[in-house]
Design a protein around this ligand. Structure first.
Ligand code: NAD
Ligand code: GLY
Length: 339
């Protein structure tokens, strides 16, 4: 399948069964010959050799770091840009992210900033990265103070999905991706419960991507409606940080979404029927929605959220399924809605 994204940089999201067409797709865009494949030590043993052989005609370099959110930091970023400099990369050369959202975010930030921006290809291998993080140009690393605090908007030149990579994705990671897929189902009824029940399919991936691309095209630099993509994330990011990243991003988004349902029901006096519809939808994520920390603790952690303003934190709430809205709340107001 193919989906064009009309952001300030125009690019395609393409899916194929394997990596066989990667070089062909890259050559449509690439002017440089050097490629640095950035991957983690779970994904590299599975796919690095295959991707290297698929990139005939390119000079391939590799950089592999330990898997996990704790690697999404300044140190990994500096090592990647260091590798680019040591190997004489110039602007036309390319960084290729082979992995989940962690690889994509840190490799993307390196591509965005090395020589003020070099060519960048995303090869997402987790379900979450396929439907969310590889598209839209948000790149970042975490700081000790909070998630994604150092980053840049930088669209890729190509998003290449090799569907075969889903076959090795651990069950827990599939559920994490389902957390984000359910988020899309809350944002638009085009991701139906029936589609979610069928599990990870190419159709589900592209239905989610259509929603993401549409929002990104309308508000690429996150000044308004792009905040809707952060549904469940304000509390989710706080829980992720409090768990010291032992809980994954997708799991924390589900916990955040559960609280958004409670807050929305109270704020907009939603009917019991609507509430139950939302709870059933969330259950399709397969992740336990309970908050593992006290409410006060979680709310205190939201002070590091990027969407905060002087007078409070912006929460995306739901007037109904498919009807998100941004609401600026002080900590007291948020707490009152959560009681
Ligand atoms: P991840 O990159 O840590 O991947 C999850 C785990 O799955 C890792 O252990 C990884 O090694 C493994 N893995 C990935 N693909 C595999 C495969 N095919 N086979 C076997 N193992 C595989 O995490 P994630 O869930 O992909 O992404 C979460 C990250 O993405 C977070 O840092 C989050 O902040 C970020 N994110 C960014 C955006 C954005 O717009 N940039 C959006 C959503 C999430
Ligand atoms: N995942 C949030 C965004 O892309 O804006």
């Amino acid at each position: 399948m193919k989906l064009p994204v009309n952001a300030t940089k125009k690019y395609d999201i393409v899916s194929f069964p394997s990596f066989d067409f990667l070089a062909v797709e890259m050559k449509k865009k690439a002017r440089g010959k050097n490629v640095l494949i950035v991957s983690d030590d779970n994904v590299a043993p599975l796919y690095l050799e295959e991707v290297k052989s698929a990139l005939s005609g390119f000079f391939v370099h590799t950089f592999v770091f330990p898997a996990g959110e704790r690697s999404k930091n300044v140190d990994t970023y500096l090592k990647i840009v260091g590798a680019l400099a040591e190997n004489g990369f110039v602007r036309q050369d390319c960084v290729l992210a082979l992995g989940g959202g962690v690889v994509g975010d840190v490799a993307g930030f390196a591509a965005a900033t090395y020589m003020r921006g070099i060519s960048f290809v995303q090869c997402p291998t987790s379900f979450l990265a396929m439907i969310d993080s590889s598209v839209g140009g948000k790149t970042a690393v975490d700081l000790p103070q909070g998630k994604n605090l150092l980053g840049a908007f930088y669209q890729p030149d190509l998003v290449y999905i090799a569907l075969k990579t889903l076959s090795t994705l651990p069950e827990r990671e599939v559920r994490c991706g389902m957390g984000e897929a359910v988020k899309y189902a809350f944002l638009s009824e085009s991701v139906t419960p029936e589609l979610l029940k069928r599990g990870v399919t190419e159709e589900l991936i592209f239905e989610c991507l259509k929603i993401k691309a549409d929002i990104v095209e309308k508000d690429e630099f996150d000044k308004g409606t792009r905040a809707f993509l952060n549904l469940g994330h304000t509390l989710g990011h706080a829980v992720e940080k409090l768990s010291d990243y032992s809980l994954s991003h997708g799991e924390c988004v589900v916990k955040g979404l559960a609280k958004i349902i409670d807050m929305s029901v109270k704020k907009f006096s939603l009917s019991e029927e609507k509430k139950q519809k939302m709870i059933s939808l969330l259950a399709l994520s397969g992740t336990e929605p309970t908050l593992p920390f006290g409410l006060q603790e979680v709310l205190a952690e939201t002070v590091h959220d990027k969407k905060r303003e002087k007078s409070g934190v912006n929460f995306v709430l739901l007037k109904d399924i498919g009807k998100p809205t941004s609401v600026l709340l002080t900590a007291e107001e948020a707490e009152a809605l959560l009681q």
